[in-house]
Write a protein that binds this ligand. Sequence first.
Ligand SMILES: Nc1ncnc2c1ncn2[C@@H]1O[C@H](COP(=O)(O)OP(=O)(O)OP(=O)(O)O)[C@@H](O)[C@H]1O
Length: 345
Amino acid sequence: MIELEGLTKRFGTKTAVDRLSFSVRPGVVTGFLGPNGAGKSTTMRMMIGLDSPSGGHVRIDGKRYDQLRDPLNYIGALLEAKSVHGGRTAHNHLLCLAQSNGIPERRVTEVLDTVGLTSVAHKRPKGFSLGMGQRLGIAAALLGDPSILMFDEPVNGLDPEGIHWVRTLMQRLAAEGRTVFVSSHLMSEMAQTAEHLIVIGQGRLMADTSMAGFIADNSRTYVRLRTPEPERARDILRGEGITPVPTADGAMEIENTSAARLGELAARHQLVLHELSPQQASLEEAFMRLTAGSVEYHAHAGGREAERAAGAGPPAGPTAPSPGDATAPPGDTGRGWGEGWKEGR
Ligand SMILES: Nc1ncnc2c1ncn2[C@@H]1O[C@H](COP(=O)(O)OP(=O)(O)OP(=O)(O)O)[C@@H](O)[C@H]1O
């Protein structure tokens, strides 16, 4: 278990991490998301004592990092894959780490095997690809067989097979009852890997919730309906007090009514349906809606791109809301996205 309480980091006048409080629990993969510069790396560095907090604290299984006797046996971390001594072989690099942390030598061969680097164990990491460097960093994190693992962008530089391997590894580590905390910019990957999410923006906590809850609470859900009899469908729906919104491709979108109810209604009126599909935004869309106001570095963009960057809604896509509705999620009260989270809803 990792516990943060009021964790704060200031660099001069810049507050990189602002009174963060959350816990990372064992048994599930917890994803850590935030726009560039949100403070993720700084938070992770403070978790393992590489940066000292300006305020608040972090506890690893109830202790401060500097109170852990052999820290690698408690928490393994992949922060910067390039922090490897170029002159030593991969095997010797891990051996040095093992010896200085009271870890048995046999673990070196075990973790090299786990990450698939046995065949290059006696080569120098200097010549490694980015992906091989990531695997070596993951091997180092696993060395002490710790109950807590933390990975900053672990799939950087990995090919699809490598990405799949990292995902499976994280889920296996969590299923073994370990605490797994991982940051990634690859939203589709995160959506498949993490069960729980911590989202920060400008150093502050924006969400601490399940993956499913995060997507549901930060996106518009609706049902797409397509029929060869749109006029009759509209009349039937209006007769039930339901207002469908036509889409450019000839379908219609219906909010606040389940697909089950619509299907039953269609059956009752013998209305032919060619499509009846519940739609939900992707993690990427939900993330962009929540964090739009806290993005530090915007690209210069015109038209809809600029609107989106300013918080007007998620990117267009197969499940994106229609432009006219993009600013009005269900139950919208005119406040910014994420306001509810800030109030702890
Ligand atoms: N050593 C430092 N000195 C001054 N400012 C720093 C330092 N380290 C980080 N910062 C600033 O603190 C903020 C948070 O940076 P951090 O690297 O933690 O963000 P991040 O969420 O990891 O970003 P990214 O996703 O781009 O890696 C940024 O504005 C950054 O410029």
